[in-house]
Design a binder for this molecule. Structure first.
Ligand code: SF4
Length: 265
């Protein structure tokens, strides 16, 4: 970045996931975080009285390089673990003798940073294969869902895996050929364990750059109320968004109606 150039808004893989679901949710969480850090209340950039959208402005990532495997994630006995997030609840994938963590990432916050794209985050695991190939793994405790949610869910898998591949490339100086999203099915005792393998090629990297540019250039960050996402939305649980509540109580305020729109609080 040239001296004096504006610093791009810091973004994370979690921001990508959130924005893809609902830009307003991401904006509310950013404002809350800045409020927490600075102690000064921060007003979200979303204009009051904005009309909700039916979809996020962010187009989904390419899904041509996705392979879904319904079964166990078997790691090669020559694979080693070189990065481990300190998040609670992660499964033990490696015996102690195959854990060789990169010392640069063993103290908090363990972030992998991409200074070029202004992007940072933490995969759950990074595995190194015997030939030096690196593969990030994102762990989900749920089962490998199929059917109704499949298309929707796979896009979230892809964008998270692609983002983590880019971070590994930036932090380790080696480009992963793919990323994995591993569904451990903790509640089902691993009965429906599975994983999604996501290629990290030129089209996926191109999409990531497009996604970061789309988010940064969006100065409205409109809400995308949805029966599926609002009940699980962190900003909603924190009481920060009036849109979901309005929709539940007043169906005429749904974004696809021509009725009045309730301003964000
Ligand atoms: S409650 Fe719904 S509309 Fe509001 S921020 Fe969350 S997902 Fe978006």
């Amino acid at each position: 970045m040239a001296d004096g150039a504006p610093v791009p808004e810091h973004l994370t893989p979690h921001d990508l996931v959130t924005y893809f679901r609902c830009p307003f949710e991401m904006e509310l969480l950013h404002a809350e975080h800045r409020h927490f850090v600075s102690g000064v209340p921060i007003v979200p950039m979303t204009p009051e009285h904005i009309r909700p959208l039916q979809h996020s402005p962010l187009l989904g990532p390419p899904t041509g390089g996705v392979t879904v495997v319904d079964g166990r994630l078997d790691l090669d006995e020559k694979d080693t673990l070189v990065y481990l997030d300190d998040e609670e609840g992660l499964p033990i994938l490696f015996p102690p003798e195959r854990i060789r963590l990169d010392p640069r990432f063993t103290t908090r916050p363990r972030n992998l940073v991409d200074a070029t794209l202004g992007f940072a985050g933490r995969p759950d695991f990074v595995v190194e294969q015997h030939d030096g190939t690196l593969i990030p793994i994102e762990y989900k405790s749920t089962h490998l869902f199929v059917g109704f949610h499949e298309v929707h869910g796979r896009s979230f898998d892809v964008l998270q895996a692609v983002a983590e591949c880019r971070l590994v490339e930036a932090a380790f100086g080696r480009r992963p050929p793919m990323g994995l999203v591993y569904y451990g099915d903790a509640a089902g005792g691993g009965q429906h364990e599975g994983f999604v393998q996501v290629r990290y090629g030129e089209s996926e990297e191109h999409w990531l750059r497009y996604a970061l540019a789309t988010i940064r250039s969006d100065r409205e960050r409109a809400p995308v109320p949805s029966d599926r996402t609002c009940p699980h939305c962190t900003a909603n649980r924190m009481g920060l968004c009036s849109y979901a509540v309005s929709r539940a109580d007043h169906p005429e305020l749904r974004p696809w109606s021509s009725g009045p729109v309730v301003p964000a609080q």
